[in-house]
Design a protein around this ligand. Sequence first.
Ligand code: ZN
Length: 339
Amino acid sequence: MLDTVIAGSLPKPAWLAETQKLWPQWKATGDELLQAKRDATLLWIKLQEDAGLDIIGDGEQARQHFVHGFLEQVEGIDFEHKVTMGIRDGRYDAQVPQVVAPLKLKGRVHALEAQLLRAHTKKKVKFTLPGPMTIVDTVADRCYGSKVDMAMAFADLLNQEALALQADGVDIIQFDEPAFNVYLKDAATWGVQALERAAKGLTCTTAVHICYGYGIKANLDWKETLGQQWRQYEAIFPAIAASSINQVSLECYHSHVRPHLMGLLAGKDVMVGVIDVASDEVETAEQVADTIGKALQYVPKHRLFPCTNCGMAPMNRDIALAKLKALTEGAALARQRLD
Ligand code: ZN
Protein backbone atom coordinates (compact mmCIF):
# COMPACT_ATOMS: atom_id res chain seq x y z
CA MET A 1 0.00 0.00 0.00
CA LEU A 2 1.22 3.52 -0.90
CA ASP A 3 4.17 2.21 -2.90
CA THR A 4 6.55 5.05 -3.76
CA VAL A 5 7.97 5.79 -7.21
CA ILE A 6 9.46 8.69 -9.17
CA ALA A 7 7.93 10.28 -12.27
CA GLY A 8 10.98 9.45 -14.37
CA SER A 9 14.16 11.45 -14.74
CA LEU A 10 16.87 12.11 -12.14
CA PRO A 11 19.81 14.56 -12.23
CA LYS A 12 22.82 13.40 -14.20
CA PRO A 13 26.15 13.27 -12.30
CA ALA A 14 28.63 16.00 -13.31
CA TRP A 15 31.00 13.39 -14.79
CA LEU A 16 28.27 12.22 -17.20
CA ALA A 17 26.81 15.46 -18.50
CA GLU A 18 26.38 19.16 -17.82
CA THR A 19 24.32 19.61 -14.68
CA GLN A 20 21.02 21.44 -14.12
CA LYS A 21 20.19 21.65 -17.84
CA LEU A 22 17.25 20.23 -19.77
CA TRP A 23 19.38 19.51 -22.87
CA PRO A 24 22.85 18.91 -21.32
CA GLN A 25 25.96 18.15 -23.34
CA TRP A 26 27.58 14.77 -22.63
CA LYS A 27 31.05 14.84 -21.03
CA ALA A 28 32.41 11.95 -23.11
CA THR A 29 31.92 10.22 -26.46
CA GLY A 30 31.90 6.68 -27.85
CA ASP A 31 32.61 3.76 -25.52
CA GLU A 32 33.56 6.08 -22.70
CA LEU A 33 30.13 7.73 -22.84
CA LEU A 34 28.41 4.35 -22.96
CA GLN A 35 30.29 3.26 -19.83
CA ALA A 36 29.45 6.53 -18.06
CA LYS A 37 25.74 6.09 -18.89
CA ARG A 38 25.88 2.57 -17.48
CA ASP A 39 27.63 3.71 -14.30
CA ALA A 40 25.16 6.56 -13.73
CA THR A 41 22.19 4.20 -14.21
CA LEU A 42 23.63 1.77 -11.66
CA LEU A 43 24.34 4.61 -9.23
CA TRP A 44 20.74 5.82 -9.30
CA ILE A 45 19.31 2.30 -8.96
CA LYS A 46 21.34 2.00 -5.75
CA LEU A 47 20.41 5.48 -4.49
CA GLN A 48 16.70 4.90 -5.13
CA GLU A 49 16.89 1.61 -3.23
CA ASP A 50 18.78 3.28 -0.37
CA ALA A 51 16.13 6.01 -0.23
CA GLY A 52 13.56 3.24 0.21
CA LEU A 53 11.59 3.61 -3.02
CA ASP A 54 9.30 0.66 -3.77
CA ILE A 55 9.41 0.92 -7.57
CA ILE A 56 12.72 1.70 -9.27
CA GLY A 57 13.48 3.51 -12.54
CA ASP A 58 16.59 4.08 -14.65
CA GLY A 59 16.47 7.83 -13.92
CA GLU A 60 16.78 8.43 -17.68
CA GLN A 61 20.57 8.64 -17.32
CA ALA A 62 21.26 7.35 -20.85
CA ARG A 63 19.16 9.91 -22.73
CA GLN A 64 20.02 13.55 -23.27
CA HIS A 65 16.36 14.60 -23.14
CA PHE A 66 13.19 12.63 -22.49
CA VAL A 67 11.92 13.06 -26.06
CA HIS A 68 15.08 13.36 -28.12
CA GLY A 69 16.65 10.32 -26.42
CA PHE A 70 14.05 8.19 -28.18
CA LEU A 71 14.26 10.05 -31.49
CA GLU A 72 18.01 9.43 -31.79
CA GLN A 73 17.21 5.79 -32.64
CA VAL A 74 14.60 6.64 -35.28
CA GLU A 75 15.33 6.55 -39.00
CA GLY A 76 13.79 9.42 -41.00
CA ILE A 77 14.88 12.09 -38.52
CA ASP A 78 17.55 14.66 -39.36
CA PHE A 79 19.50 15.48 -36.19
CA GLU A 80 22.24 17.29 -38.15
CA HIS A 81 20.02 20.22 -39.07
CA LYS A 82 18.02 21.17 -35.99
CA VAL A 83 15.64 24.12 -36.21
CA THR A 84 14.29 26.48 -33.57
CA MET A 85 10.62 25.83 -32.86
CA GLY A 86 8.19 27.07 -30.24
CA ILE A 87 7.01 24.01 -28.31
CA ARG A 88 4.06 23.39 -25.89
CA ASP A 89 1.94 25.95 -27.79
CA GLY A 90 4.88 28.35 -28.08
CA ARG A 91 5.63 28.37 -24.34
CA TYR A 92 9.35 28.14 -25.06
CA ASP A 93 11.72 27.75 -27.99
CA ALA A 94 13.67 24.54 -28.44
CA GLN A 95 16.22 23.28 -30.95
CA VAL A 96 14.38 20.36 -32.51
CA PRO A 97 15.33 17.77 -35.14
CA GLN A 98 13.32 17.45 -38.37
CA VAL A 99 11.24 14.55 -39.62
CA VAL A 100 12.35 14.24 -43.24
CA ALA A 101 11.29 10.72 -44.29
CA PRO A 102 8.91 7.93 -43.22
CA LEU A 103 9.76 6.81 -39.68
CA LYS A 104 11.33 3.51 -38.72
CA LEU A 105 13.27 2.29 -35.66
CA LYS A 106 16.99 1.72 -36.28
CA GLY A 107 16.89 -1.03 -33.65
CA ARG A 108 16.41 -1.21 -29.89
CA VAL A 109 16.30 2.18 -28.15
CA HIS A 110 16.61 1.48 -24.43
CA ALA A 111 17.81 -2.13 -24.15
CA LEU A 112 20.97 -1.14 -22.24
CA GLU A 113 19.24 0.72 -19.41
CA ALA A 114 16.21 -1.57 -19.18
CA GLN A 115 18.33 -4.72 -18.93
CA LEU A 116 20.65 -3.09 -16.37
CA LEU A 117 17.67 -2.01 -14.34
CA ARG A 118 16.12 -5.49 -14.38
CA ALA A 119 19.41 -7.16 -13.50
CA HIS A 120 20.28 -4.91 -10.56
CA THR A 121 17.12 -4.65 -8.48
CA LYS A 122 14.64 -7.20 -7.20
CA LYS A 123 11.97 -4.54 -6.84
CA LYS A 124 9.37 -3.67 -9.47
CA VAL A 125 10.78 -1.52 -12.26
CA LYS A 126 9.17 1.27 -14.23
CA PHE A 127 10.42 2.51 -17.57
CA THR A 128 9.40 5.77 -19.27
CA LEU A 129 8.92 6.60 -22.94
CA PRO A 130 7.74 9.89 -24.46
CA GLY A 131 4.09 9.81 -25.55
CA PRO A 132 3.21 10.20 -29.26
CA MET A 133 1.56 13.60 -28.91
CA THR A 134 4.46 15.06 -26.94
CA ILE A 135 6.93 13.72 -29.52
CA VAL A 136 4.92 15.37 -32.31
CA ASP A 137 5.13 18.63 -30.35
CA THR A 138 8.93 18.34 -30.02
CA VAL A 139 9.96 17.73 -33.68
CA ALA A 140 9.60 19.73 -36.88
CA ASP A 141 7.54 17.89 -39.53
CA ARG A 142 8.86 18.07 -43.09
CA CYS A 143 7.28 14.81 -44.22
CA TYR A 144 3.86 13.77 -42.88
CA GLY A 145 1.88 17.01 -43.17
CA SER A 146 -0.56 15.83 -40.49
CA LYS A 147 0.01 15.78 -36.73
CA VAL A 148 -2.38 12.86 -36.33
CA ASP A 149 -0.70 10.74 -39.04
CA MET A 150 2.72 11.48 -37.60
CA ALA A 151 1.52 10.69 -34.03
CA MET A 152 0.19 7.31 -35.19
CA ALA A 153 3.50 6.58 -36.94
CA PHE A 154 5.39 7.37 -33.73
CA ALA A 155 2.88 5.30 -31.74
CA ASP A 156 3.80 2.24 -33.82
CA LEU A 157 7.52 2.76 -33.11
CA LEU A 158 6.85 3.29 -29.40
CA ASN A 159 4.79 0.12 -29.37
CA GLN A 160 7.66 -1.84 -30.91
CA GLU A 161 10.07 -0.61 -28.22
CA ALA A 162 7.49 -1.00 -25.42
CA LEU A 163 6.91 -4.67 -26.30
CA ALA A 164 10.68 -5.20 -26.23
CA LEU A 165 10.93 -3.46 -22.83
CA GLN A 166 8.22 -5.76 -21.53
CA ALA A 167 10.26 -8.72 -22.77
CA ASP A 168 13.26 -7.28 -20.89
CA GLY A 169 11.22 -7.69 -17.70
CA VAL A 170 9.92 -4.15 -17.17
CA ASP A 171 6.82 -4.16 -14.90
CA ILE A 172 5.40 -0.72 -15.70
CA ILE A 173 5.74 1.19 -18.97
CA GLN A 174 4.86 4.86 -18.69
CA PHE A 175 4.30 7.27 -21.56
CA ASP A 176 5.06 10.92 -20.75
CA GLU A 177 2.49 13.29 -22.19
CA PRO A 178 3.01 16.84 -20.83
CA ALA A 179 1.53 18.05 -24.14
CA PHE A 180 -1.87 16.69 -23.02
CA ASN A 181 -2.12 19.61 -20.57
CA VAL A 182 -1.65 22.08 -23.43
CA TYR A 183 -3.75 20.77 -26.33
CA LEU A 184 -6.78 19.69 -24.34
CA LYS A 185 -9.25 18.87 -27.14
CA ASP A 186 -6.67 17.03 -29.26
CA ALA A 187 -5.43 15.17 -26.18
CA ALA A 188 -8.91 13.86 -25.37
CA THR A 189 -9.38 12.61 -28.95
CA TRP A 190 -6.39 11.58 -31.05
CA GLY A 191 -3.92 12.02 -28.19
CA VAL A 192 -5.47 9.21 -26.17
CA GLN A 193 -5.99 7.11 -29.34
CA ALA A 194 -2.29 7.40 -30.19
CA LEU A 195 -1.41 6.56 -26.59
CA GLU A 196 -3.51 3.38 -26.68
CA ARG A 197 -1.90 2.46 -29.99
CA ALA A 198 1.54 2.83 -28.38
CA ALA A 199 0.42 0.54 -25.53
CA LYS A 200 -1.30 -2.03 -27.78
CA GLY A 201 -0.72 -5.66 -26.80
CA LEU A 202 1.16 -4.84 -23.59
CA THR A 203 0.30 -7.14 -20.70
CA CYS A 204 2.50 -5.33 -18.16
CA THR A 205 1.11 -2.31 -16.31
CA THR A 206 0.73 0.78 -18.53
CA ALA A 207 0.83 4.38 -17.35
CA VAL A 208 0.64 7.94 -18.58
CA HIS A 209 2.34 10.93 -16.93
CA ILE A 210 0.67 14.32 -17.38
CA CYS A 211 2.20 17.30 -15.65
CA TYR A 212 2.85 21.03 -15.80
CA GLY A 213 6.46 20.52 -16.80
CA TYR A 214 9.95 20.57 -15.35
CA GLY A 215 10.85 23.35 -12.91
CA ILE A 216 12.35 25.60 -15.61
CA LYS A 217 11.61 29.33 -15.85
CA ALA A 218 9.39 29.08 -18.97
CA ASN A 219 7.15 26.59 -17.16
CA LEU A 220 7.04 28.62 -13.94
CA ASP A 221 6.05 31.73 -15.95
CA TRP A 222 3.35 29.73 -17.77
CA LYS A 223 1.92 28.42 -14.49
CA GLU A 224 1.53 32.05 -13.37
CA THR A 225 -0.91 32.58 -16.26
CA LEU A 226 -3.14 29.60 -15.38
CA GLY A 227 -5.01 31.26 -12.51
CA GLN A 228 -5.92 29.87 -9.10
CA GLN A 229 -7.72 26.77 -10.32
CA TRP A 230 -5.89 24.55 -12.75
CA ARG A 231 -8.63 22.61 -14.52
CA GLN A 232 -6.71 21.14 -17.48
CA TYR A 233 -7.07 17.63 -16.01
CA GLU A 234 -10.84 18.03 -16.02
CA ALA A 235 -10.81 18.15 -19.84
CA ILE A 236 -8.63 15.09 -20.37
CA PHE A 237 -9.17 12.69 -17.45
CA PRO A 238 -12.58 11.43 -18.65
CA ALA A 239 -10.98 10.23 -21.92
CA ILE A 240 -8.12 8.61 -19.99
CA ALA A 241 -10.55 7.00 -17.54
CA ALA A 242 -12.33 5.46 -20.54
CA SER A 243 -9.04 4.21 -22.03
CA SER A 244 -7.16 0.96 -21.49
CA ILE A 245 -4.23 2.70 -19.71
CA ASN A 246 -3.88 1.41 -16.11
CA GLN A 247 -2.18 4.23 -14.21
CA VAL A 248 -2.03 8.03 -14.30
CA SER A 249 0.85 10.11 -12.90
CA LEU A 250 -0.24 13.64 -12.06
CA GLU A 251 0.97 16.85 -10.43
CA CYS A 252 -0.51 17.78 -7.07
CA TYR A 253 1.69 19.29 -4.31
CA HIS A 254 2.29 23.08 -4.59
CA SER A 255 0.08 23.25 -7.67
CA HIS A 256 -3.35 24.77 -8.18
CA VAL A 257 -4.78 21.44 -9.33
CA ARG A 258 -8.11 20.86 -7.62
CA PRO A 259 -7.65 17.54 -5.77
CA HIS A 260 -11.23 16.44 -6.50
CA LEU A 261 -10.25 16.07 -10.18
CA MET A 262 -8.46 12.85 -9.15
CA GLY A 263 -11.97 11.51 -8.59
CA LEU A 264 -12.40 11.53 -12.39
CA LEU A 265 -9.93 8.63 -12.58
CA ALA A 266 -12.11 5.99 -10.89
CA GLY A 267 -10.79 2.52 -11.73
CA LYS A 268 -7.24 3.73 -12.40
CA ASP A 269 -4.14 3.68 -10.22
CA VAL A 270 -3.01 7.22 -9.48
CA MET A 271 0.61 8.25 -9.01
CA VAL A 272 0.06 11.41 -6.98
CA GLY A 273 2.75 14.11 -7.16
CA VAL A 274 3.61 14.81 -3.52
CA ILE A 275 7.07 16.25 -4.22
CA ASP A 276 7.54 19.64 -5.92
CA VAL A 277 10.32 19.46 -8.52
CA ALA A 278 10.22 23.20 -9.19
CA SER A 279 11.43 24.14 -5.71
CA ASP A 280 14.72 23.40 -3.94
CA GLU A 281 12.96 23.40 -0.58
CA VAL A 282 12.89 19.80 0.61
CA GLU A 283 9.47 18.65 1.78
CA THR A 284 9.00 17.37 5.33
CA ALA A 285 7.53 13.93 5.94
CA GLU A 286 4.48 15.70 7.43
CA GLN A 287 3.93 17.76 4.29
CA VAL A 288 4.17 14.65 2.13
CA ALA A 289 1.82 12.69 4.40
CA ASP A 290 -0.66 15.62 4.41
CA THR A 291 -0.74 15.66 0.59
CA ILE A 292 -1.27 11.91 0.54
CA GLY A 293 -4.07 12.40 3.07
CA LYS A 294 -5.79 14.92 0.77
CA ALA A 295 -5.49 12.58 -2.21
CA LEU A 296 -6.93 9.70 -0.17
CA GLN A 297 -10.24 11.55 -0.13
CA TYR A 298 -10.50 10.86 -3.88
CA VAL A 299 -8.23 7.86 -4.55
CA PRO A 300 -8.60 4.50 -2.74
CA LYS A 301 -5.50 3.61 -0.70
CA HIS A 302 -4.72 0.47 -2.75
CA ARG A 303 -4.67 2.62 -5.92
CA LEU A 304 -2.53 5.49 -4.60
CA PHE A 305 1.19 5.64 -5.41
CA PRO A 306 3.05 8.63 -3.87
CA CYS A 307 5.28 10.08 -6.60
CA THR A 308 7.13 13.22 -7.68
CA ASN A 309 5.23 15.92 -9.61
CA CYS A 310 7.49 15.52 -12.63
CA GLY A 311 11.02 14.49 -13.55
CA MET A 312 14.01 15.80 -11.58
CA ALA A 313 16.52 16.03 -14.47
CA PRO A 314 17.36 19.74 -14.15
CA MET A 315 17.64 19.67 -10.33
CA ASN A 316 20.63 19.74 -8.00
CA ARG A 317 21.61 16.13 -7.28
CA ASP A 318 21.78 16.38 -3.47
CA ILE A 319 18.43 18.13 -3.30
CA ALA A 320 16.84 15.49 -5.54
CA LEU A 321 18.19 12.76 -3.28
CA ALA A 322 16.88 14.53 -0.15
CA LYS A 323 13.47 14.78 -1.85
CA LEU A 324 13.46 11.03 -2.58
CA LYS A 325 14.00 10.40 1.13
CA ALA A 326 11.20 12.85 1.99
CA LEU A 327 8.95 10.92 -0.39
CA THR A 328 9.52 7.58 1.30
CA GLU A 329 9.44 9.00 4.86
CA GLY A 330 6.20 10.83 4.07
CA ALA A 331 4.62 7.68 2.66
CA ALA A 332 5.67 5.74 5.79
CA LEU A 333 4.06 8.41 7.97
CA ALA A 334 0.88 8.30 5.86
CA ARG A 335 0.75 4.50 6.30
CA GLN A 336 1.11 4.93 10.09
CA ARG A 337 -1.71 7.48 10.09
CA LEU A 338 -3.93 5.00 8.20
CA ASP A 339 -3.22 2.35 10.86
ZN1 ZN B 1 6.41 15.82 -16.15
